[in-house]
Every structure is written in structure tokens, then in C-alpha cells.
Design a protein around this ligand. Structure first.
Ligand code: AMP
Length: 287
């Protein structure tokens, strides 16, 4: 149940004040970190936080530390007015929208690295990206001090890295995973989908189709990751516009590549459509 109107603050001190007040009222704190350009995927995270917690904080911060390409940072969509409306209607109590200088008043010298999980999947292609993600998420955790924080399964590697950071550094936050929200044709919602042309948008669901087909392949008793991977890459190869980056079957926790499918497996892919990079994944439960 909503207790208050949604408000927006830009300073760390104001967040601390509001969270302290909520704590004094014995309210549990839920936190949803985002980079804005919010869509129904973010909405489902905020709504889940609203169901579980009495005070819900959403951060909107396009974190320069996690961008490995300057052009991606510059053209990352920024839609603050709509974002604020969405946060309100999804039930957020507080929206934290710091300027860069608030989080990085000086050059950052301390970082969080989770190298064994970073070397796989996206990490292999985006140097420094997950270090930037883990560092800003820990900073935000220290500011908000939530009981629970909500992350999308859509960014499976990010989720695995945050879980591992929380475990290894004894961070007192429950990490809650929220299922991927998709368009009706299967395309995973993403802020970057805004960059797709009409033609690219029509082709984009090929990635989720390849992932779902891989699950079907496993269910038909195919166990060789190489065979499953090759057939996915072949189906993506039918579109000359698509440049696949990776398509992998990995252990859901360690993200290490799997050769033979035994139990649960994370199937994850990344591709380029023009200058837009899309990622997606599905979790095969092993049953
Ligand atoms: P971002 O704003 O892209 O950094 O994402 C903020 C959070 O929303 C992350 O935890 C993402 O995993 C999550 N998210 C992004 N897209 C989706 C989606 N389609 N379904 C569910 N969660 C998502």
C-alpha cells in the first residue's frame, strides 16, 4: 500500500534523511537501481518492490563508469519526465536522480571487481563494464541501505555478479531477481530498443527466438552445447543485418561455459543490429 506521494531528490544527504525517517517508522526498504528511460520491465521491478516493502526507492542514474563506449553513453536515452510518472504510478516513494558529481565528486579510486564472473559473456566484450556496474551498485547500496534490491533476469550476468559481490563482501541486502518482460513477439524490453529502425525492430526478435529454440533443442534431448550453439548461430546467420557477438550455454552461477548440458543452464546471447547492441537470455531449469 502506498503511504506517501512520490518525491524526487538529487542529493545523497536527502536520500539518507528520507530512508532514516522510513526506518524510524520500522518500514522495510526496497530499492530498484536503473539508468532511466523506464519501460514495463523496470515497472515490474518497482511493482515487485512495492509488494514486498513499505518504502520503495528508485534510482535513475546513467552511470558513466560502466560505459565502455563514449557514443553509447552520449546517445543513451534520457526521458526524465516520463520516468518520474512511471515511478509514481508503479508505487515508488522516492526517486533518486543524482548528478554525476554527486556520486563521483573526485576521480573514483576504489572499485569492486568480480573477475571470475566478469571474464565471460558480455564481460569479455565490454572491458570495465561490470566493474563500473558493481562499483556503482555498492555505492548506491551504501547510500540507500535497502533491505531488498531488485534486478532483472534480463541482465543475467549483472545479476550473478551483484549476487556474488553481496555474498563475498557480506553486504546486508537481499537480492531479488525479477523475470524478463518481453514484447508480444518475444523481444526483451530494453531502453536501447528505442534506437532500432523499423526494419531492425522487425528482425530483433530473432535473438529471443534462437534462445527459445535452444531450450526446445535441449528438451528434445540434445546435450552438446556446441550443437545447440551452432544451430542458434545458423538461425541468426539468416539475417545479414545481424552481427552475433556471442551465443553461449553457461553455468547460471559461475557463468563458466558448459560443454554437456547436465542440470540447469543459462543460455545467453548478444548481437549487433547496426549500431545497437542487444542482449537476452533464458534459464533452462534442468527439468
Ligand atoms: P537499466 O536501466 O537498463 O540499467 O536496468 C535497470 C534494471 O531493470 C536492471 O535490473 C535490469 O535488469 C532491469 N530490466 C531491464 N530490462 C528489463 C526487462 N525487459 N525485464 C525485466 N527487467 C528488466
Amino acid at each position: 500500500l502506498k503511504q506517501t506521494e512520490t518525491s524526487v531528490v538529487a542529493s545523497i544527504a536527502h536520500v539518507r534523511e528520507r530512508v532514516k525517517d522510513a526506518r524510524q517508522k520500522a518500514r522495510s526498504i526496497g530499492f530498484v537501481p536503473t539508468m532511466g528511460a523506464l519501460h514495463a520491465g523496470h515497472r515490474s521491478l518497482i511493482e515487485k518492490a512495492r509488494q514486498d516493502c513499505r518504502f520503495v526507492v528508485v534510482s535513475i542514474f546513467v552511470n558513466p563508469l560502466q560505459f565502455d563506449r563514449k557514443d553509447d553513453l552520449e546517445r543513451y536515452p534520457r526521458t526524465f519526465e516520463e520516468d518520474f510518472t512511471l515511478c509514481g504510478s508503479a508505487g515508488a516513494d522516492l526517486v533518486f536522480t543524482p548528478f554525476s558529481a554527486e556520486l563521483y565528486p573526485a576521480e573514483q579510486a576504489a572499485f569492486v571487481d568480480v573477475p571470475t564472473l566478469t571474464e565471460h559473456l558480455c564481460g569479455a566484450f565490454r572491458p570495465g563494464h561490470f566493474r563500473g556496474v558493481a562499483t556503482v551498485v555498492l555505492k548506491l547500496f551504501q547510500i540507500v541501505q535497502p533491505d531488498r534490491a531488485y534486478f532483472g533476469q534480463k541482465d543475467a550476468q549483472q545479476l550473478a555478479i551483484i549476487r556474488r559481490m553481496v555474498q563475498d563482501l557480506n553486504v546486508p541486502v537481499d537480492v531479488v531477481a525479477v523475470p524478463t518482460v518481453r514484447e508480444s513477439d518475444g523481444l526483451a524490453l530494453s531502453s536501447r530498443n528505442k534506437h532500432l529502425s523499423t526494419e531492425q525492430r522487425q528482425i530483433a526478435p530473432a535473438l529471443s527466438r534462437a534462445l527459445f529454440a535452444a531450450v526446445e533443442h535441449i528438451k528434445r534431448d540434445e546435450r552438446s552445447a556446441r550443437v545447440i550453439r551452432d544451430s542458434a548461430l545458423e538461425s541468426l546467420g539468416r539475417y545479414p543485418e545481424i552481427k552475433p557477438e556471442y551465443f553461449e550455454l553457461v553455468d547460471p552461477q559461475t557463468l563458466a561455459p558448459v560443454e554437456q548440458v547436465g542440470g540447469a543452464v543459462l543460455i545467453a546471447g548478444a548481437l549487433w543490429l547496426g549500431s545497437t547492441r542487444l542482449i537476452d537470455n533464458v534459464l533452462y531449469s534442468g527439468q
